[in-house]
Design a protein around this ligand. Structure first.
Ligand code: ATP
Ligand code: LTN
Length: 326
């Protein structure tokens, strides 16, 4: 059975980009593969976050995972910091990665880049991500389109390690969803919807009230030519709405476009479809979030399952580079 792994940072409210680009596919994959999903809390430390906010965001994300349909009896659901081998393997990989290849990462450049005050953790972030993946002999990594370059780096690091120290790591592939891989901001549709860039009207959160969802979709930027057509270059605002609607229905955006003549009708039905898609998740979320004892037990179970795999891979890699076993 193929193995998959993915992770999301607990860095704020989950938006529908995270849902359609990642979480929805995690749920599908858990039935088809040996699936590992983590909350990458160590990655969230690359931003300047208050300790209590990080802790609360972490539990929020665990509850979102569960409410979205991830089942801890079917997949392995865990917290990155609970499995110490992630940071240990990251160090071994950092000692093979070059400054040049990390400097080329566009996410690093977008989030501040090469300046005197930039955190070292932000720079080495993709190496920790590579460790997350390579520890588990993963075949596929379901992520949104923005993670493509990080996956390429992971493959390069794995190949280099294998070449230098002997066959060690499985070379993983990214699986990017056909629809929903890049949900754009509703107000600035040339930029991806994002947790870290504040855009109150442009971002729809998974836990937004139905009235809020309707309002944001109604106010979404379109254009003035009035023709319903899927064209990301010429009509990026409309294309964003069409892809959100399409991701709810599981069809191509062009199919949705054929059904409509007026922007108003399209907006009304897109909002209704999205509200329906999120309704069951929102209902279940509160139950999980309000039960910290159950959340803790679930995280312990996940960490034990993850550790069993990660500790073996780490030891193999440590032996290979010449670290003497304890
Ligand atoms: P940040 O703004 O802090 O970078 P983010 O919103 O991009 O955060 P991440 O935690 O980096 O969220 O990403 C979690 C997952 O969601 C990743 O698989 C990523 O590819 C996916 N994702 C994030 N934003 C979008 C988006 N706008 N469209 C589709 N997928 C997305
Ligand atoms: N870098 C990713 C989050 C992430 C991840 C991973 C995704 C950290 N480790 C391992 C897949 C596999 C992001 O910003 N979305």
């Amino acid at each position: 059975m193929a193995r998959v792994l993915s992770g999301i940072q607990p860095s704020g409210a989950m938006h529908i980009g995270n849902y359609f680009g990642a979480i929805k596919n995690f749920v599908i994959e858990q039935g088809q593969a040996d699936a590992f999903y983590c909350v990458v809390d160590l990655h969230a430390l690359t931003q300047n976050v208050e300790p209590e906010i990080l802790a609360s965001n972490t539990l929020d994300l665990m509850a979102i995972y569960l409410a979205s349909g991830l089942n801890p009896d079917v997949c392995t659901l865990f917290l990155q910091s609970h499995v110490v081998e992630h940071t240990q393997l990251a160090w071994l990989l950092e000692c093979t990665a070059s400054m040049g290849e990390l400097r080329r990462m566009t996410q690093f450049k977008d989030k501040g880049g090469d300046q005197e005050g930039t955190r070292v953790g932000l720079f080495t972030y993709p190496v920790l991500m590579a460790a997350d993946i390579l520890l588990y002999d993963v075949d596929r990594v379901p992520v949104g389109d923005d993670q493509r370059q990080h996956l390429e780096l992971t493959r390069d690091l794995a190949q280099r390690f294998n070449h230098r120290f002997g066959e060690m790591f499985v070379i993983p592939e990214a699986t990017i969803p056909a629809v929903g891989a890049r949900v754009m901001d509703l107000q600035e549709p040339t930029r991806k919807m994002s947790k870290s860039v504040s855009s109150p009207l442009g971002t729809i959160n998974m836990l937004d009230e139905p009235s809020e969802i309707e309002r944001k979709i109604k106010k979404a930027v379109t254009d003035t030519d009035g023709e319903v057509r899927y064209d990301t270059a010429v009509k990026p605002g409309l294309a964003t709405l069409l892809s959100i609607f399409a991701a709810c229905e599981g069809v191509a955006p062009t199919i949705i476009a054929e059904r409509y003549e007026r922007y108003g009708d399209l907006k009304r039905d897109a909002a209704a479809a999205l509200i329906e898609e999120l309704r069951p998740i929102q209902q279940r979320y509160r139950e999980y979030r309000d039960d910290p004892v159950a959340l803790k037990a679930m995280m312990e179970l996940g960490a034990a399952k993850a550790r069993a795999v990660a500790s073996q891979t780490y030891r193999r890699a440590a032996d290979a580079v010449g670290l003497v076993a304890p």
